[in-house]
Every structure is written in structure tokens, then in C-alpha cells.
Ligand binder design. Structure first.
Ligand code: MN
Length: 132
């Protein structure tokens, strides 16, 4: 049921993910969770959307075709929207070595790929903690 004002109250999530199947999946799950979504398939376009759209949450793939996700994270943290926005990285289990670098670069948390559809909203809520 749509209530007056609900549209304005919805949080916006930016999904930066080059794999179309993953992108469609995470967009659908976040919409199911009540988020308005913006999706981008490259690091550069994702970075630009982060600054231009000021989302409430960013889901960031690390392996992107142009700019590595860790670099996207660093650039967002160095930008005018800096530390205000939660950024959750999506990393494959095999990339465990990236996690220290991710956290050092200002990542709020990470979820493991493959995304588990039944768990991902809870995982995001846990990472967001009191702010979610
Ligand atoms: Mn990727």
C-alpha cells in the first residue's frame, strides 16, 4: 500500500556491480527491502552517481571493469560526501585478502559473494547497525 510521503521517505541505495545477474538480483532484493535503487555497472559511473545522487547506502562490487572497487571506495571517501555514507563491499570468499584493505580504505562492512538472497537484507541491517 502506497502512503502519502512514503516515496520521499524511502532510502536510496546505489548498487555498483558489473555482473548483470548479480546487479538485477541485488536491485530486486533491495527494492523488496523498501529501498529506491540506482544501479551502475562501472566504477567511474558508480563514483559519479555516488556524488550526484547522494544515496543513503552504497553496495560496491570490488572487481569492476574499469576502476577497482577499492579505488572507487577511496575516491568516494576522499570526496565531498566522504564519510557520511555507509559503503558495503561485495567480495567473493576467495578474495579474503582484500578485506583488510577494504576496511582500511573506509569500507563500512562487506558481504560475501555469492549473495544469499534470503540473508542479504539481514546482513545489510547488521552492518548498518543503529543507523539502519
Ligand atoms: Mn564484478
Amino acid at each position: 500500500m502506497i502512503v502519502d510521503g512514503q516515496e520521499e521517505d524511502r532510502r536510496t541505495a546505489l548498487i555498483i556491480e558489473d555482473n548483470e545477474d548479480n546487479r538485477v538480483l541485488i536491485v530486486s532484493l533491495l527494492q523488496w527491502g523498501g529501498y529506491r535503487t540506482i544501479a551502475r555497472a562501472t566504477g567511474q559511473s558508480g563514483y559519479e552517481a555516488a556524488l550526484g545522487e547522494r544515496p543513503d547506502l552504497i553496495l560496491l562490487d570490488i572487481q569492476l571493469p574499469d576502476i577497482n572497487g577499492i579505488e572507487v571506495l577511496r575516491r568516494i571517501r576522499a570526496s565531498r560526501i566522504n564519510g557520511a555514507i555507509p559503503i558495503i563491499a561485495m567480495t567473493s570468499y576467495a578474495m579474503a585478502g582484500d578485506r583488510e584493505r577494504l576496511m582500511a580504505a573506509g569500507c563500512t562492512g562487506y558481504i560475501e559473494k555469492p549473495i544469499e538472497p534470503t540473508r542479504v537484507l539481514d546482513q545489510i541491517r547488521e552492518i548498518l547497525g543503529g543507523t539502519g
